[in-house]
Write a protein that binds this ligand. Structure first.
Ligand code: SAH
Ligand code: SF4
Length: 368
């Protein structure tokens, strides 16, 4: 197969995706990224949107084998950000023209948590008369809970499927009945039914994951009418079962990390080429593997940045993986640093705009 022929095709198939994802040669990767950036220019423009990412609590009932804040990690001090601090950060985002805020946390399904998030949403939507777009990323919930949070005023929800391969999913989660791939998939359908703009994504470079799996992930986004994609490389956390397994097997060398980074960028580019009009995030995990990881993703087709606005004193307690960047930077520093990164690649920031996924409006009637 010849990369130029594939890049000139109007619609790629799975075989093409596998081929593109597997490119390692520098010139071939460059051609792939340039083609994806051209599609971004055509469907989105050279504009990147901000969503301030506020990690407001690390309490979690789940035990995902890869995650640093899993329930059984007793090294982590658990925190809840006081309500007034959350609102202050939301006001900061509004005043600094971030356009949108994303509230992320560990998973809890108790009524106290559900009601708390619901009232938080209402308070945040009062800022600037509803000016801030609001994304939630709080895990698996019932359809009723998703409806309550939507009715309170949030409108986008991120729930990564983690991998579209149920067998691979099973190796990444405890087999205790509470970590089921099908339940997660059903949550995505419930979110779509309730009116949310739905985002999903996967981890890239997982042990046992093949290029076919990654190509299937992109097909999964399409089959499920996904409007937003947030995906990033798997990054080892030292105190997790999966992290220990990968490290013990000698599979977290510099070369392994470079490989996961490249695969991550290749995925961004292939997803942009295949889905065209969706929002794609340049995720922080890319930067954990390379200082310029996020810029590389923007140049390969991503159009969303999520600067951290987590309250400073809690940042070290919300580490899903090792080497989380921006732990020390204040939100003002993050704002300027990222604006510089966007300008450095020739894009501009869509200050004060929600930057909703064009796909959502182009495909409103489609079935999820
Ligand atoms: N609890 C919610 C949201 C917080 S976790 C949920 O799980 O949906 C958000 C995302 O972090 C997860 O979906 C997962 O893809 C990612 N993540 C967790 N541990 C990671 C690791 N070690 N490397 C890369 N990404 C990780
Ligand atoms: Fe909890 Fe999300 Fe981490 Fe799983 S990935 S342990 S649900 S915070």
């Amino acid at each position: 197969m010849d990369i130029q022929t594939i890049l000139q095709k109007d619609q790629l198939n799975k075989e093409d995706l596998v081929f593109l994802l597997g490119r390692t040669d520098r010139a071939e990767c460059q051609a792939l990224y340039e083609a994806a950036y051209r599609v971004k220019l055509e469907y989105i423009g050279n504009v990147d949107y901000y969503r301030g990412l506020l990690e407001f609590s690390n309490r979690c009932i789940k035990n995902c084998l890869y995650c640093g804040i899993r329930r059984d990690n007793t090294e982590v001090a658990r925190f809840d950000t006081p309500r007034e601090d959350i609102l202050q950060m939301a006001r900061w985002c509004f005043e600094n023209q971030y356009g949108s805020l994303c509230l992320q946390s560990g998973e809890r399904q108790d009524e106290a948590f559900i009601a708390y998030v619901e009232s938080l949403i209402r308070d945040i939507k009062r800022i600037g008369g509803g000016a801030l777009g609001l994304t939630l990323c709080c895990g698996e919930q019932t359809e009723e809970t998703y409806r309550r949070w939507y009715d309170a005023g949030a409108h986008r929800y991120l729930l990564r499927i983690e991998t579209s391969n149920p067998r691979l999913y099973a190796t990444l989660h405890p087999q205790d009945g509470h970590h089921q791939w099908q339940v997660r998939k059903d949550c995505l359908a419930a979110l779509a039914r309730t009116g949310w703009q739905v985002g999903t994504g996967v981890m890239i470079g997982l042990p046992g994951q093949t290029l076919e799996d990654l190509a299937d992930d992109i097909l999964f986004y399409q089959e499920n009418n996904i409007a937003m994609v947030g995906m990033g490389p798997y990054v080892v956390h030292h105190n997790t079962p999966l992290g220990n397994e990968v490290t013990a097997a000698g599979r977290d060398t510099r070369r392994d990390r470079e490989e996961r980074l490249r695969l991550g960028i290749n995925m961004v580019a292939a997803t942009r080429l295949y889905l065209k009009d969706v929002n794609i995030a340049a995720t922080t995990a890319l930067q954990a593997l390379h200082p310029l990881g996020r810029e590389m993703a923007l140049k390969a087709g991503a159009n969303i940045l999520m600067p951290l606005v987590t309250v400073q004193r809690y940042r070290t307690q919300y580490q899903l993986y090792d080497n989380k960047p921006c732990l020390e930077d204040s939100q003002d520093e993050c704002r300027h640093c990222l604006a510089g990164r966007v300008a450095s690649i020739g894009d501009r920031v869509g200050w004060g705009e929600w930057g909703d996924s064009p796909h959502f409006f182009n495909h409103l009637g489609d079935k999820g």
